[in-house]
Design a protein around this ligand. Sequence first.
Ligand SMILES: C[S@@+](CC[C@H](N)C(=O)[O-])C[C@H]1O[C@@H](n2cnc3c(N)ncnc32)[C@H](O)[C@@H]1O
Length: 253
Amino acid sequence: MKYYEGHEDIYKKAKKSNISSWDEFSKQSESFEEFCMKEYLETALGRIKPVSNARVLEIGCGTGPISCFLAQKGYIVDGFDVSHTAIEIARTNAKDRGLDIHYSVDDICSISKTRSDIYDIIIDGHCMHCITYDSDRHAALTNVFNLLKEGGYFVVDTMSWEDPIKCPLYEQIDGRFDEQGILWHEVKENYPYDKVKYENKYWFCSRRIMNPADLENELKQAGLLIEYIELHKDDTVEYLLDFRAICRKPMSD
Ligand SMILES: C[S@@+](CC[C@H](N)C(=O)[O-])C[C@H]1O[C@@H](n2cnc3c(N)ncnc32)[C@H](O)[C@@H]1O
């Protein structure tokens, strides 16, 4: 199984403990409604001013706090995630709130090429930093580009640090960074998700931390125009910056 499918185990634990969202699980928020990206999403929507029936996709939607928030605003929302359990919980969360959201299990790195030019807005609420290798990130951003309508927006909120090798996140989750900013953890030989062996140990990559300039460049390389960038420092989290961007797929004249 691909390394980025590893969230499945955490969602299984969350389901058992009746925890409603990733942010709640990681103790960054106390309720489904108060997700970390909420304030920024309000700002981004204020800038974009989408039409009232805009079609929105959330990639890596998890259990759906962001998707529910968007559906409550009246947008037509699709969300997908590689985790089956997350999507199962997301469907329940939407149903409990009387919301009609189309959820599916899918992978942004390999989503069907027949789907294109569909969305007015695509949201990355902390999915892209789970995709660590350049080749996978390239595939993901190419798919985002193809799924957007011309003039459509990609709203990004992703982990960042000026000097990724020195990012203190590794102290929090007991791992180490390589020179590309990929965070590695030691795992057991029978660990079910993609792992590599070096120094006679098995390692698993969980996050990619890039500096803001490299993130900006990567989005431009994918063909997107950058309309807005903000580096957000949350006072309660000492070890990370949030790179927040609003990008646009160009019109073809
Ligand atoms: C940090 S969680 C955030 C979930 C959700 N956006 C939220 O705010 O609760 C990142 C999510 O991305 C999903 N993910 C990781 N790689 C993915 C991929 N290649 N395609 C789709 N989803 C992916 C994970 O399963 C996980 O649910």
